[in-house]
Design a protein around this ligand. Sequence first.
Ligand code: FPP
Length: 248
Amino acid sequence: MDLQASIDKNNIPKHVAIIMDGNGRWAKQQGEDRIFGHHEGVNSVREIVEACGEIGVKYLTLYAFSTENWNRPKEEVDGLMELLVATISMETPNLHKKGVRLQVIGDILSLPASCQTELQESIDLTAGNSKVTLILALSYSSKWEITEAVKKIAKQVEAGELKSENIRDDLIQNNLSTHAYPNPELMIRTSGEHRISNFLLWQLAYAEFYFTDVFWPDFRKNEFYKAILSYQNRERRFGKTSEQISNN
Ligand code: FPP
C-alpha cells in the first residue's frame, strides 16, 4: 500500500535527519561483501530524497560517514570514498533537475581530494535550488563540531570581541556547521540500533526519534512514510504540559 496519501501535508517536518545503518548486515544476508550493501544503500538515498521532494520535507541530513568510520578496514573506507565520488558525479544532474541543493557538514578537508572536488562542483551547481536541501554529514561527528564551535567562540573572547557573559545558546547554535538550517524535528535510525552515535547532539535536543529494524538498503519510500506518520502521531510538548499544547 502506498502510504503517501495518509500523510497530513500540513504537518510535515521541515528537517529530517537519518542515520543510515545496516548496509553491512544487509549485504551479509545476501552473501555479499559489505561494500555491496553500501552500493544498494545509494538506491535508498535516491528514493528518500525523492520522497522528501514529493511530500515537502525541505531539509534532509544523511549521516553518510562518521569521524569514527575512518577506523574501518582500509578497503571499506576506500570503497566508500570511491562510491561517494561516483554517486555524486552520477546523481548531480538528476538532483539539479529535481531542484535539490547539495550541502555538506563535517571535517571536509580530511576527505580525499577527488571527493572534495566532486562535492564542491555539485554544491556550486546546485546552490540556487530550493526544493530540498540535501545535507551530507561526511567525516562528521557532533563532538568534533561542538569543539570547533567552542574554539571559534574562545578566539572571539581572547580577541576581546565577545564577553563571556554574552555566550548564550543562540551564539553556540550560530557557530555550528548547521547554523543555516533549522534543527531537525525528526531523527530516523535504521537497522534496530537505538543510539545517536555522535550525530547532531545539539541540534536533536527536541527532535522526535524513530527507530526501525529495517536495514538501510530496504528503507524505501513507504518505510520513510511510516516514519513521517509516526511523527505526525506524536505530541510535541517542548517541556510544556499536554493541556497547554491543546489550548494553543
Ligand atoms: C552504515 O551501515 C552505513 C554507512 C557507514 C555508510 C552509508 C553510505 C551509503 C548509504 C552510501 C553512500 C551515500 C551517499 C549519500 C552517496 P553499516 O556499514 O554500519 O552497516 P552494519 O551496521 O550492518 O555493519
